[in-house]
Write a protein that binds this ligand. Structure first.
Ligand code: 5AD
Length: 363
């Protein structure tokens, strides 16, 4: 595809047929796509990569997703919940090191005790940081009242991936029961938005059964629900899951390359949102984060979970950032971002511009 064709694409002209063509195109013909997306990112938010310190609070999960290593019926997992003092220490670490924002992620739990633990963590984290640490939650599907309470206590962003926007594919990668309903997932995304969160969603890329058309639809779906943030990355097998044995036409290299293209195309479609360079991308390529940033991503989520727990939060195999201490990852990521001409946005919340604009437009 000729270099100057890039000039003809913007969020209005990139239709489904063209997205499919670009996803299918040989990688040697799409280098311009990454440069173009990076330029759009750069014009929107400069050469800053925002940091979110990720705490993997617990691997106890009520869901049984067919692709996920911590699914409830996997009996080979040592289940844990990080103790509260350690979570607070990790939050303090993030604050002192000017990460500015935290993500609390966990397997889905809905017990009153779990909900109260989160209440308490939000309050404590806000207090220890003089209200300055931003809090993103990634705690699955909850009642609207719970989402609301956490928002009122000070959490301001919520991540809930749609996983696949194709309801049929969603059904193929989840058990067939009401606990794993596509419609419920959509309703929850709507609730989060209504309450006022900055809402993030995303998909897995290169799943068995998934077509390029599905991926094109995923991008258009994310645009249609007007997300503020996106985390998406390659599907990676876990041997203790039912999806492990299902044939997959995408090699790991294909999944990685498709993920890069998905980031770049989404950046063109939604210039002012935050897009994460996912851990799964870093798992498939030693320079996965750099390559994702150079394709248009602008957020990195260093793992600050106390090291001893990390081994047991394996959603997929060979997940990286299991052994490093938080301090090491920080220095390491800093150096890596500088090597590609970016700086880490220390002390900056790094809210998506999209959200700020949305706030101004809405009454
Ligand atoms: N491969 C890649 N990503 C996965 N996730 C869960 N299991 C896998 C896997 N096997 C992703 C899901 C989930 C997020 C927390 O991790 O998209 O929403």
């Amino acid at each position: 595809m000729a270099e100057n064709l890039a000039l003809h694409y913007d969020k209005d002209s990139l239709d489904k047929a063209m997205i499919c063509r670009l996803l299918a195109a040989d990688d040697s013909h799409t280098a311009w796509l990454f440069d173009y997306a990076q330029k759009i990112q750069y014009e929107c938010s400069g050469r800053s990569v925002y940091l979110r310190g990720l705490i993997e609070l617990s691997n106890i999960c009520r869901k049984d997703c067919l692709y996920c290593g911590i699914r409830s019926s996997n009996t080979h997992v040592d289940r844990y919940t990080v103790n509260i003092e350690e979570v607070i220490a990790a939050a303090r670490f993030a604050y002192i090191n000017r990460y500015a924002s935290l993500v609390i992620q966990s397997g889905e739990q809905t017990s009153p005790q779990f909900i109260e633990t989160i209440d308490m963590l939000i309050k404590e984290i806000k207090a220890l940081s003089d209200n300055k640490l931003g809090i993103t939650l990634s705690l699955g599907e909850q009642d609207e009242a719970t989402y609301k309470r956490w928002f009122e206590l000070g959490a301001h962003r919520y991540l809930l991936r749609i996983e696949s926007s194709n309801p049929e594919l969603y059904r193929k990668i989840h058990p067939d029961n009401s606990r794993h309903s596509y419609d419920t997932r959509l309703d929850k995304l709507k609730s989060l938005k209504k309450i006022g969160y900055q809402v993030g969603s995303g998909v897995m890329i290169g799943l068995p059964y998934q077509t390029l058309e599905d991926l094109a639809d995923d991008l258009l779906f994310l645009q249609s629900i007007d997300v503020d943030m996106v985390g998406m990355g390659p599907y990676i097998e876990h041997h203790d899951t039912p999806l492990y044995t299902v044939p997959n036409c995408y090699s790991r290299k294909d999944r990685f390359n498709l993920s890069l293209k998905m980031i770049a195309l989404l950046r063109i479609l939604m210039p002012d949102i935050n897009i994460a360079a996912s851990t799964a991308m870093q798992t498939l390529d030693p320079r996965g984060w750099e390559r994702a940033i150079k394709a248009g991503a602008n957020v990195i989520m260093p793992n600050i979970t106390p090291t001893d727990y990390r081994e047991n939060y394996k959603l997929y195999e060979e997940k990286v950032c299991i052994k490093e201490k938080p301090e090491e990852s920080k220095e390491y990521i800093n150096g890596r971002m500088e090597s590609i001409g970016y700086r880490l946005g220390y002390g900056e919340w790094g809210d998506s511009l999209h959200y700020s604009k949305r706030q101004k437009l809405e009454p």
